[in-house]
Design a binder for this molecule. Structure first.
Ligand SMILES: Cc1cc2nc3c(=O)[nH]c(=O)nc-3n(C[C@H](O)[C@H](O)[C@H](O)COP(=O)(O)O)c2cc1C
Length: 171
């Protein structure tokens, strides 16, 4: 598929089959994250691949009880190392959340290419997620995503029209 078609057809998947993901497919999905850009190429990220059912269920619980998270073959927990990220993005912020977002978005698009579903999970409680996976204090949890074969065809949520989101030469 062309990259634009992958982008156009990706949806947040909230129902998954239990079908396991072949290792070569899984490795291509993770490779897409590994190759993402980051501030000064610091790559301040780590992805925890969660396969144990009991852990997936705990993560779903720590994510406001969104049970579909635990249905997927794998849950990926995207983590960041703030102190290893570019410290002066825009002259006012650290780059870690941008860096990890780039990587996770790459991952989600490659997942779509492979026929796999994902769903950005932002509604989680970091203080509950961290002990489940032994994540140290200096590490931030940016997001989670289930990764698995979809068991639904989610509807197109639509987007703002182009004219509303761009301007030329001035704000
Ligand atoms: C920062 C962020 C947080 C999100 N958190 C959740 C979440 O906790 N649970 C969920 O089901 N979807 C979550 N989503 C998915 C959005 O609801 C979804 O991307 C949006 O409605 C557009 O739908 P689409 O992804 O199918 O195009 C999140 C997306 C983003 C970018």
């Amino acid at each position: 598929m062309s990259i634009l078609n992958i982008i156009k057809t990706r949806r947040s998947t909230r129902k998954y089959k239990q079908t396991p993901i072949p290792e070569d497919v899984f490795l291509r999905v993770i490779e897409a994250a590994r190759l993402a850009p980051s501030g000064k190429n610091f790559q301040p990220w780590k992805f925890i691949i969660v396969k144990k059912q009991a852990l997936k269920e705990k993560l779903a619980e720590a994510s406001r009880g969104q049970k579909f998270i635990a249905q997927a073959a794998v849950v990926i927990v995207a983590c960041a190392y703030p102190e290893q990220s570019y410290q002066n993005q825009g002259n006012y912020m650290q780059s870690w959340s941008i860096d990890v977002t780039c990587a996770l978005d790459h991952l989600m698009l490659q997942a779509q290419e492979e026929g796999l579903g994902t769903c950005w999970i932002g509604a989680f409680e970091e203080e509950k997620v961290k002990p489940i996976l032994n994540i140290p204090d200096n590490v931030k949890v940016l997001a989670l995503t289930p990764l698995g074969y979809p068991d639904e065809e989610p509807r197109d949520r639509g987007r703002k029209p182009l004219a509303e989101i761009i301007s030329y030469d001035s704000y």
